[in-house]
Design a protein around this ligand. Structure first.
Ligand SMILES: Nc1ncnc2c1ncn2[C@@H]1O[C@H](COP(=O)(O)OP(=O)(O)OP(=O)(O)O)[C@@H](O)[C@H]1O
Length: 547
């Protein structure tokens, strides 16, 4: 019988080995024939074999990476692909086929369903099944998670009222979340058989850190389980964040670091102080903790109060802009489309080279790139022509027109007014030109409207030595000199760098791109690339621009 079983190649090898061991042990063990017979029959029973097979399948599949979604935005990617291939359908059969395929409702339905599962976006939410338990008897659940290199994705705290250890947070997409077995508010009774009663969260953390392999939790389930549904909000971060140096984060390991300009997918805003987020495009499914908008605003206000206290009353006249507290800005993708001509705005300190770069760009295609002629109250310089470089008007006239709202941007520099009329920008945009603007930096906030949707490029000066060397080598003309007849002085280079610092301090959160103007041809190449990007790629813009 045993031999027959073993000869059957389908039989589970572990069961076969057990059977052989049983036969070998028959002589030496003091058990009755009846007991041996029972075990032998059991090991050869079809039922046990089927059970072992199912078990092995589950274990193997559980290990399989393919059961964890690597993406949760496949539908969005499909839409992006559609945008890219749409203009190419007439030139390539392959593009046409992809275009037709991705537009089919059943393919889109499949991608949506995939994303809903990956984001755990399940509807309808069914009410909890009522548990028929004895009122006095506490329900306990035992949860086993396998410890790997990946963190568990849950944080714990001491409940203020009961003093018990409870699950404080479940990180979206983390191991605990994917298990679906642990919920916020669950009370932790034991970890690996060790009672946590009277222990601090730190003690429990130590138990967890010293455990290997499977970790077993004994939990009292929370009453109302908070359903985890991902929000779709994307924000651009306007500050750098490093969790390692944040003394207030409830769990450093759970923090998500980012730098200014990163796009973050906010998956949960359930907690007033700590949001959960992923970096856009990051393949890591587990979300991390970041300070909420409210928390970050408080920190900035506190920081500013400290700085102001230290600096006394000394402030610069454009400091009013600091009133705006830049934390996170909600963004969405703006797709390039025919008829959408985003103006390109070059911002930078006076003299850095914005005019030079603008001139060169327009020269590449004067029928495509245009710049509105600005107005100024300053006097005409040698070689300048009214209506070419500027419309020269008197200060009184300009003030009057500013008052009547004629200017989309205006500012004062060294006692002279400069401005661009709203009409001139709008008419260039409406006529289908790519409008190139290099206004004074104070104009930026007025220009950044949903109607104009400008793309803002910051032209940054290189460090002093490089600035001086490149400008002197090119015999650059000082824009601080009325007649443009001499080079820049060291003082003017320093003014430029000081001004750059101020611009960055006040407005860097509004820049879409930064170009360092050291080597002129390299800077120009970057500018051309940036402008091409605006025309061809979907780019993040304030969400309100994409309604
Ligand atoms: N990378 C560079 N290397 C050398 N010279 C440069 C570079 N960039 C600009 N210049 C030169 O510096 C001078 C000033 O540049 P430009 O007139 O473009 O400044 P701007 O930023 O428009 O100044 P303003 O805002 O005061 O009008 C010009 O002579 C220009 O050719």
């Amino acid at each position: 019988m045993t031999a027959a079983v073993m000869a059957n190649g389908n039989w589970d090898p572990a069961l076969s080995r057990l059977l052989v061991s049983l036969e070998e042990a028959r002589q030496v063990l003091p058990s009755s024939e009846e007991e041996f017979g029972f075990l032998s029959d059991l090991l050869q029973s079809k039922e046990l074999h089927a059970l072992v097979k199912v078990h092995n399948k589950i274990i193997n599949n559980g290990k399989d990476e393919k059961f964890h979604p690597t993406l949760s935005n496949s539908m969005q990617i499909a839409l992006e692909v559609l945008e890219v291939v749409a203009p190419r359908t007439c030139i390539s059969e392959d593009c046409k086929e992809v275009f037709m395929l991705l537009q089919k409702p059943h393919i889109q339905g499949l991608l949506c369903a995939h994303d809903a599962v990956a984001q755990k976006d399940y509807f309808p939410r069914l009410p909890e099944i009522p548990l028929e338990v004895d009122e006095d008897e506490e329900t306990i659940k035992i949860v086993q998670l396998v410890k790997s290199n990946e963190p568990l994705g849950a944080t714990i705290k001491t409940d203020e009222e009961t003093g018990k250890i409870v699950i404080a947070r479940i990180m979206h997409g983390g191991a605990a979340d994917r298990s679906g077995l642990i919920h916020v508010g669950d009370e932790v009774c034991e970890v690996n058989g060790i009672s946590v009663e009277g222990k601090t969260p730190n003690d429990v953390l130590k138990i967890l850190q010293s455990s290997e392999g499977t970790i077993t939790f004994k939990l009292v389930p929370a009453d109302g389980k908070s359903g985890l549904r991902e929000s779709k909000v994307r924000v651009r971060a306007h500050f750098d964040y490093a969790s390692a140096t944040d003394p207030y984060i409830p769990c450093k390991e759970a923090g998500l670091d980012f730098v200014k300009g990163d796009i973050l997918h906010i998956v949960s805003q359930d907690d007033a102080y700590w949001w959960q987020a992923r970096r856009e495009g990051d393949r890591n499914m587990r979300a991390g903790l970041i300070p909420s908008r409210a928390l970050q605003e408080r920190r900035i206000i506190h920081e500013r109060a400290q700085i102001d206290k230290a600096a006394g009353e000394e402030t610069e006249n454009d400091d009013f802009d600091r009133e705006e507290i830049a934390t996170y800005e909600e963004v969405a993708k703006l797709y390039p489309r025919p008829g959408l001509h985003r103006p390109v705005v070059l911002i930078g300190p006076p003299g850095v080279g914005r005019n030079e770069l603008k001139r060169r760009l327009i020269a590449t295609d004067p029928e495509k790139y245009k710049t509105p002629i600005p107005y100024t109250s300053r006097s005409v310089r040698h070689g300048e022509v009214h209506g070419k470089e500027y419309f020269f008007v008197t200060r009184e006239k300009m003030e009057e027109e500013i008052e009547s709202g004629k200017f989309i941007e205006f500012g004062e520099y060294k006692g002279n007014l400069y401005g661009t009329s709203a009409e001139s920008v709008k008419s260039l945009v409406n006529a289908g030109y790519v409008c190139i603007l290099n206004p004074h930096y104070q104009a930026l906030k007025m220009l950044r409207t949903p109607q104009l949707k400008p793309y803002v490029i910051y032209i940054k000066p290189p460090p002093f030595d490089v600035l001086k060397e490149t400008r002197n080598a090119a015999y650059a003309r000082s824009t601080f000199d009325e007649n443009n007849s001499r080079g820049f002085t060291d003082e003017e280079f320093r003014d430029m760098l000081h001004s750059a610092e101020r611009i960055e301090f006040l407005y860097s959160h509004l820049f879409d791109c930064t170009i360092v103007n050291a080597d002129l041809s390299a800077a120009f190449e970057h500018l051309v690339q940036a402008v091409t990007r605006v025309e061809t790629e979907p780019l993040w813009v304030p969400a309100s621009w994409v309604q």
